[in-house]
Design a protein around this ligand. Structure first.
Ligand code: SF4
Ligand code: SF4
Length: 466
């Protein structure tokens, strides 16, 4: 049993009491350069998230994922019929890229870019402090007699939390529906779009409970990345470190003469500001989200006691132990290589899927013969998943056949502005061209827009065998 609530129990995490019940954390506010940097990053990310679906590029939302049509729009370009392989490759790339960043900089994603941290730190905690007072006041309030004024404040806080959660959830839905559709949906009865309405309400409730109440519990208990991060890091990874050599023995831990103390004055400020309630002086812990609050809190103390800043700092275990830090270790190189392979494959498949794909489907009549002239009819299906307009012409690869085979299309050049088009195409040729009733020819598909042959297809012409 400890008397100082910031002197944490060795046997359990800070967010549970002896009975295993949740201890609600009230991380204190902090000032400092790292806090300023993070604030800029947080508001930049929030701005991008909230504004992006409303920005149009080439008359299209800047980012939209239409799951039902399997379309993906990004910065004015739409990819149609997006293949599951592309989705798999981009997710795999992101996972390994995050692993690569983790191996270099530790859990930097959690403290700087995870939506959970960004919204809680930049919005929800600020609102809570504004309405209910500082961390100390809120902590004191928890033990004070409940008053109407206190309930009114809580009520107001949850109303504002709900409005913000609704806005965040609607923005998320907007990435899937597009802004116009989202606006239309919000202006009409929920009964007309019951599915989307229900999904939006569920997402709102999750955000509200998580950002308003569950908070650090998600990072500690539920986040799979938090569980895995330790296997991605090693002694060269840059993480939040307490410089044990410099800090220990901390004040009060040596005898009454106070000789031989380290720089840590045991003020617990690093613990008080920690959003996951840990004491970084006990070494690297799974709960640390690399938010840097403890760096700022400790630097403030170091300035006051006229000691160099950086008792808690970003550093690797090797650096803190006076060894050389090897930035690119085998582990980080493996993650980087796998990330590059996945992004390379993604670019390849994306590029490949945006090419023209032509399928010649032979007509049921096989061929018709009139005055020694044979006609083959095909239904031609042309698809491409990119966003480009093509103006194509069909030419015989073997130009010596130009006088013998005529290719007839409804238009020439054929304009393809949609991602799928079906036409009927005829080949007329002399019977003498056939060898044993058939003739293979190659068709060059020439695009006038790009001024080049974009693909070549083989077609088998048929006729009578005699
Ligand atoms: S230990 Fe420091 S960096 Fe880690 S979560 Fe706590 S305050 Fe943030
Ligand atoms: S803030 Fe710095 S000086 Fe204070 S307890 Fe933490 S490490 Fe020690």
């Amino acid at each position: 049993m400890t008397t100082n609530r910031f002197e944490l129990d060795q046997e359990r995490i800070a967010t549970t009491d002896e009975q295993g019940h949740r201890v609600y954390l009230y991380p204190e506010d902090v000032k400092g350069v790292w806090k300023d940097r993070r604030t800029v990053v947080y508001w930049f990310l929030i701005g991008v998230y909230l504004i992006m679906p409303w920005i149009y590029v080439n008359h299209k939302p800047s980012l939209m994922i239409d799951i039902f049509k399997r379309e993906f729009t990004f910065m004015g370009s739409t990819f149609y019929g997006v293949e599951p392989i592309l989705f798999f490759l981009i997710v795999a790339f992101l996972l390994f890229f995050i692993a690569f960043m983790t191996s270099l900089f530790g859990r930097v994603w959690c403290g700087w870019a995870c939506p959970q941290t960004v919204f809680i730190q930049a919005l929800f905690l600020k609102i809570e402090t504004f309405i209910e007072g500082s961390a100390r006041e809120r902590r004191a309030q928890e033990k004070s007699p409940k008053t109407t004024r206190m309930y009114l404040k809580k009520f107001l806080k949850w109303i504002i939390f709900t409005i913000i959660s609704l806005h965040i959830a609607h923005t998320l839905v907007g990435y899937f529906t597009g802004p116009r559709e989202l606006f239309y949906i919000t202006m009409h009865s929920p009964a007309e779009h019951f599915g989307i309405f229900t999904a939006t309400m569920i997402i709102t409730s999750i955000f509200l409970l998580d950002f308003g109440w569950f908070r650090e519990q998600f990072c500690i208990i539920a986040c799979p990345y938090g569980r895995m991060q330790s296997v991605m890091m090693d002694e060269n990874s840059s993480i939040i470190m307490y410089d044990v050599k410099r800090g220990e023995p901390r004040r009060g831990s040596v005898n009454a003469t106070n000789t031989g103390e380290g720089d840590c004055i045991n003020c617990y400020n690093c613990v008080k500001v920690c959003p996951t309630g840990i004491d970084i002086r006990r070494g690297t812990q799974l709960e640390c989200i690399a938010c840097t609050n403890c760096i700022d809190a400790c630097d403030e103390i170091m300035i006051k006691i006229k000691k160099p800043k950086g008792l808690i700092r970003f550093g690797s275990e090797n650096e803190v132990n006076g060894l050389k830090r090897n930035l690119f270790t085998g582990r980080s190189m493996v993650y980087a290589t796998i990330s590059l392979v996945f992004i390379g494959a993604f670019i390849f498949f994306l590029n490949d899927s945006s090419k023209l794909d032509l399928i010649f489907i032979r007509g049921t009549d096989t061929y018709s013969l009139s005055d020694n002239e044979i006609t083959n009819r095909f239904a031609l299906k042309i698809t491409h998943q990119g966003d480009r307009t093509y103006k194509v012409k069909f030419n015989l690869k073997d130009q010596s056949l130009n006088s013998k085979i005529k290719i007839i299309t409804p238009q020439s050049p054929l304009e393809l502005s949609q991602h799928e088009k079906k036409i009927i195409i005829f080949f007329k040729f002399e019977k003498s061209l056939l060898e044993s009733g058939s003739k293979k020819i190659d068709i060059d598909v020439y695009d006038e827009v790009q001024n080049k042959i974009v693909t070549t297809k083989e077609v088998v012409l048929v006729g009578p065998t005699n």
